[in-house]
Write a protein of this length. Structure first.
Length: 632
């Protein structure tokens, strides 16, 4: 709460001492014809120099003037910003990624901990005091002004809520500066240079046992005993975790990798020792005995991870942690084995409901997850979360989870979670459902679960959709309200479109149609129109699959319904949407025109591989043309 009070005080100071005001005790960092200089230590780290150069670059964009970047052997100046550890202030012991922004006489100091603290501090200064925003890789807000004033008693301290923060929503992965500005440090989806502070690196990211370590391609044919005995036969889909040769192979492969790839300067590196994505766990007598003793298949899983972690620790890799899953059949904590201090348990929420908060006691799916989270807390001091924020089965469809994102992040923090991965659309040619908005909100929530969520959402919508932002905000508010209103309707990770907004009435549909029409009308002829047009696809997709609006038999003819489907199809192609979901990426949407015209949208993916639809397509198109000629 201390850091919250510091940030709150900083905001209050901004209200009391506006940037354009004339308070006598303000520090003036820029005025017409003058801009402060940026100071770094003579022995500054590459990260501190990057932070200073970034600050100078943005000050130039804000004021139109070029600040000098000097070392701290220069005499103190009346207007300067000292970045990193300099002789302008005493050294501080700050946590990795933490920062302290404060005034010392006429100097503003930005100091940070670890590889990224100074960088994060610079971006925080630009956000809080200069109103800069990094909403998306293609929407960065840098206000222009010739005067920058800050209160002379400025004092803002920040300690990260989580040591690891990552999302693979597309908007968050392509621009390193977006990641730095919004505090994303995971290395699976982004590349940050050493000067940019690097990332928390995983090897590999997940599902490594039998695929990367003791890989089936190398060992199954000659040593099937290394692999799981499931339903009475050996399967290459999982390992036998109690076979000593399996453990020896994995330990050796992990140590070989670290010998050539470990960077002792990294704050944290993670080796993933995780089950493959199936339920073919080992049922051999030894594995069964351990799992029965622990009341969970996590018994063998954690014991195996512990043994690998011991080998890594004995080899002297102090900045390396071993991660394993609490996922599906291993989600329930074991009762007889405890994870080592250098073992991370990544608890996965794939079974949960995402229209109700995770701590909603009336939601059975979430109640069970919360029980497991609390039980893992009793035995593990290093829990990460793999959370789900998309509809795997219909990535294009409206996914109304915006009402729970903030509370769920607060729950993670309040239950001592130390790292969060928010899984998103992951595939570029599936991106059509508020991906940029969700990426931004999740990134900001990982930096501060208690921020003003409504203000962040509205700020994004106004910046990204221009004059259409207010109407889209109204649309989202209605879907948020209706999605969480029912205690019996739930929103999973693989729902079809008919399960996402079960309480939507005809008046709700008409209201949402009107909001989209308004958003498009108000952005016509502007650079925002295509963004609005693309975002509306998720709503059109929902209506198509639920036979509502222009896709309803009560409001259209067979031909006009098919014409509406064709228009949706053409817009998907126009916006480069090549497939309908992440779960079945094998066949491109553009090969299935007949399915678009005839079937509910979520059926398209199920029929991707049924090639007889290719033979049917000419007949479907001929029927469509005949109906069109009759209609006109």
């Amino acid at each position: 709460m201390k850091r919250m009070l510091c940030v709150f005080c900083a905001v209050c100071l901004l209200v009391c001492f506006p940037l354009t005001g004339h308070a006598l005790d303000d520090i003036i960092l820029a005025s017409p014809g003058s801009v402060c200089r940026v100071v770094v230590s003579q022995t500054a780290s590459p990260q501190e120099r990057y932070a200073a150069d970034t600050l100078a670059r943005y000050l130039r964009r804000i004021t139109g003037q070029t600040p000098a970047v000097v070392t701290d052997d220069a005499p103190a100046n009346s207007a300067e910003i000292a970045v990193g550890s300099t002789n302008r202030s005493a050294d501080e012991d700050l946590p990795d990624g933490g920062y302290h922004i404060f005034s010392a006489d006429d100097t503003l100091c930005i100091v940070g901990g670890g590889n990224k603290g100074a960088i994060y501090g610079v971006f925080a200064f630009l956000r809080v005091f200069c109103a800069c925003r990094w909403y998306a890789h293609d929407e960065i807000v840098v206000p222009q002004r010739d005067t920058i004033r800050i209160p002379a008693d400025t004092d803002v301290t920040y300690t990260p809520y989580f040591e690891y923060t990552e999302t693979d929503w597309l908007s968050s992965t392509s621009d390193p500066e977006y990641s730095l500005a919004n505090g994303l440090n995971g290395g699976n989806c982004r590349t940050l240079s050493e000067a940019q502070g690097g990332t928390v690196r995983f090897y590999p990211f997940c599902h490594s046992l039998s695929t990367v370590f003791c890989a089936r391609s190398a060992y199954f044919d000659t040593h099937p005993e290394y692999f799981a005995l499931h339903d009475g036969k050996r399967t290459p889909n999982q390992l036998c975790l109690t076979n000593p040769d399996t453990l020896r192979i994995v330990q050796t492969q992990v140590l070989d990798y670290l010998q050539s790839h470990n960077n002792p300067q990294d704050d944290l590196e993670i080796i993933s020792i995780t089950q493959d994505d199936n339920r073919d766990y080992c049922e051999c007598p030894t594995c069964r005995t351990i799992d029965d003793l622990n009341g969970s298949h996590a018994g063998t899983n954690v014991a195996f991870a512990n043994a690998v972690a011991d080998a890594v620790k004995d080899a002297g890799y102090d900045n390396v942690a071993i991660e394993t899953f609490a996922y599906q059949y291993t989600r329930k904590p074991p009762t007889a084995v405890v994870p080592r201090d250098n073992v991370i348990i990544r608890l996965c929420s794939i079974e949960c409901c995402f229209c109700h908060p995770l701590d909603d006691a009336d939601c059975r799916e979430n109640r069970d997850f919360m029980r497991d989270l609390r039980d893992w807390n009793k035995i593990c001091s290093r829990i990460y979360i793999w959370d789900y924020t998309t509809n795997y089965w219909e990535t294009l469809c409206l996914y109304p989870d915006f009402g729970v994102l903030q509370r769920n992040m607060q729950i993670f923090y309040e239950n001592h979670v130390r790292g969060v991965f928010e899984e998103g659309n992951a595939a570029e040619d599936c991106n059509a459902e508020f991906g940029e908005l969700r990426a931004y909100l999740l990134a900001r929530l990982m930096q501060d679960p208690y921020l003003d969520y409504d203000a962040e959402m509205r700020g994004f919508l106004d910046a990204y959709y221009g004059a259409g932002g207010a109407a889209i905000c109204n649309f989202l508010a209605r879907t948020i309200e209706k999605a969480g209103a029912s205690k019996t309707a739930h929103l999973g990770t693989f729902p079809d479109s008919t399960k996402t907004l079960t309480r939507f009435t005809e008046s709700d549909v008409a209201y949402c149609d009107a909001q989209w029409a308004k958003a498009k009308s108000e952005t016509a002829g502007t650079r925002f129109f295509d963004r609005v047009d693309r975002a509306e696809i998720c709503w059109r997709w929902w209506k198509c699959n639920n036979r509502r609006g222009e896709y309803s038999a009560l409001r259209s003819t067979l031909y006009t319904r098919m014409a509406a489907r064709e228009a949706l199809y053409n817009d998907l192609v126009r916006f480069g949407v090549g497939r309908t979901n992440v779960a079945r990426p094998n066949r491109q949407l553009t090969k299935c025109m007949s399915l678009v015209l005839l079937r509910r949208g979520e059926k398209w993916a199920k029929l991707y591989e049924e090639k007889y639809w290719d033979l049917l397509e000419p007949f479907v198109l001929a029927l469509y043309r005949l109906l069109g000629s009759m209609y006109h």
